[in-house]
Design a protein around this ligand. Structure first.
Ligand code: IGP
Length: 259
């Protein structure tokens, strides 16, 4: 299963990174970064309307290379100036060709909150996220124990980071809620088969209380998709490929949001 490969690759990456920078040192760097209020992120997504998270992603295991030309900073600025509510930056290097330095540069250049999109399996990665200027971290329920999920959620909040807790079925939604998630993302892509269905978000929407922001992720391509999700009271949408492959980002955002 692809998630197992991703966790294995992330474990190896962490070993290398921790040899280059100790936990003590990354904590010291995180302590110097500006502390933000995670509640502001949650409030932003709970405000009326549908909120777009634009993703900066060069490649993925399901699509291969998405953007051969990858001016990540320009793309992020384009998103920022054209109505996104947050920017997601892939920092996983092996399968998504991401980099934490992309996030660091982007966070310094834009005004909206920036999400670290990675396979968080260690507190070390939360300190790295904070040090790089992230405002949000992704926590994927499927790769964490209940104890880890709770612990990382609490640590994120202590560090001033909001957490987008990703679930893909009923049981994972229950685990996310039990851990105290305040913002839940449902991945429409089944990571076992790579099939995408918006029905996954729609079906799971009703299991999440309305005071918790609900984000539909993956496989959203056009205005019709957005309208379908809007009709089912989704608070946010996370869009990567459709924006990355659009030659005119501003125009694509307008189309998606219907403005
Ligand atoms: O490119 P898409 O189909 O619009 O999907 C974006 C985003 O949802 C997807 O990149 C994603 C959702 N959950 C993830 C977890 C890890 C890495 C990537 C993801």
């Amino acid at each position: 299963m692809i998630l197992d490969d991703l966790v294995a690759a992330t474990t190896r990456r962490l070993e290398r990174e921790q040899q280059l920078e100790s936990l003590t040192d990354v904590k010291a760097r995180a302590a110097k970064a500006e502390t933000k209020n995670p509640q502001l992120v949650y409030d932003r997504f709970n405000a009326p309307g549908i909120h777009l998270i634009g993703e900066v992603k060069k490649a993925s295991p399901s699509k291969g290379l998405i953007a051969s030309d990858f001016p990540y900073l320009e793309i992020a600025r384009d998103y920022d100036q054209n109505g996104v509510s947050a920017i997601s930056v892939l920092t996983e290097p092996d399968y998504f060709k991401g980099n934490i330095h992309y996030l660091q540069e982007i966070a310094a250049a834009v005004s909206v909150p920036v999400l670290r999109k990675d396979f968080v399996i260690s507190d070390y990665m939360l300190y790295q996220a904070k040090a790089a200027g992230a405002s949000i971290v992704l926590l994927i329920v499927a790769i964490l124990t209940d104890e880890q999920l709770h612990e990382y959620l609490m640590l994120a909040h202590q560090l001033g980071l909001a957490a987008l807790v990703e679930a893909h079925d009923e049981n994972e939604i229950k685990r996310a809620l039990a851990a105290g998630a305040k913002m839940i993302g449902v991945n429409n892509r089944d990571l076992k088969t790579f099939t995408v269905s918006l029905d996954n978000s729609i079906r799971l929407r009703q299991l999440v209380p309305t005071d918790i922001a609900f984000i539909a992720e993956s496989g959203i391509h056009n205005r019709k998709d957005v309208q379908t999700l809007e009709a089912h009271h989704v608070n946010g949408i996370l869009i990567g490929e459709a924006l990355m492959t659009a030659p005119d980002k501003a125009d694509k955002i307008e189309q998606l949001l219907g403005v």
